[in-house]
Ligand binder design. Structure first.
Ligand code: T5A
Length: 206
């Protein structure tokens, strides 16, 4: 059995990850791939419960350490029960956010130590890394404006603009350092242009 590929979509708030997940799924399925679509935090029953705690505005006073450990606790469940079995069956896994989000949000946004995050990454994931990461990048104001139109902010979306600027910079820095894995997509463009760029990036993998 040929191992499947692991594709992640990343980016700040409201850049269009959820919108484009469906498009990427369709592209892959059109080429005959069997695709598992999932998300983080979440993707299993237990991990979705952890997601609820993480996003709940009532989870006041959650420390950055608790937040970081809950992200990786959910991720461990997700990898063992969903991602790794699917890849081993030869399915392709398409995931809305993964560990780059932890480096960006907990590392950049919250200021957690990068080496600690890298250590947890190794403990929880071993050698597992995405084969391709599509980084949807747009100015913070653009993404926040789109997210705001939807209303009903979660615990992260209540953060200040400076938090999201740091998140964006870490994403871009990671993309520069891992150019073989990352493809940066200008998400401020029209949806048609964004999807044309995504299709080009996916074609390289097929
Ligand atoms: N998190 C997650 C961490 O802190 N650490 C971690 O390790 C992980 C895994 C999860 C939160 O958890 C944090 C980050 C997050 O804050 P989430 O729901 O997965 O939350 O992520 P969000 O970014 O909050 O998801 P959003 O739904 O807000 O953003 P999306 O999915 O990027 O945007 P989407 O597709 O819903 O689009 C937003 C709006 O814009 C429109 C869409 O139609 C929609 O209305 N749109 C466009 N409009 C014009 N032009 C385009 N090109 C458009 N693309 C989309």
């Amino acid at each position: 059995m040929i191992r499947g590929k692991f594709i992640t979509l990343e980016g700040g708030e409201g850049v269009g990850k959820t919108t484009n997940m469906k498009y990427v799924q369709q592209l892959l399925e059109n080429t005959g791939r069997s695709v598992v679509v999932t998300r983080e935090p979440g993707g299993t029953g237990m991990a979705e419960k952890i997601r609820d705690i993480l996003l709940d505005r009532q989870s006041e006073g959650m420390t950055p350490v608790t937040e970081l450990l809950l992200m990786f606790a959910a991720r461990s469940q997700h990898i063992v029960h969903v991602i790794e079995p699917a890849l081993q069956r030869g399915q392709w896994v398409l995931c809305d956010r993964f560990t780059d989000a932890t480096f960006a949000y907990q590392g950049g946004g919250r200021g957690m130590d990068v080496e600690t995050i890298a250590w947890l990454e190794q403990c929880v994931q071993g050698e597992l890394r995405p084969d391709l990461t599509l980084l949807l990048d747009a100015p913070v104001a653009t993404g926040m404006g789109r997210a705001q139109r939807r209303g009903d902010f979660d615990r992260f979306e209540q953060e200040q603009v400076e938090f999201f600027e740091r998140v964006r910079q870490v994403y871009l820095q990671r993309a520069r350092l891992n150019q073989r894995r990352f493809k940066i997509i200008d998400a401020a463009q029209s949806l048609d242009c964004v999807q044309k760029n995504i299709a080009e990036a996916i074609a390289v993998l097929s």
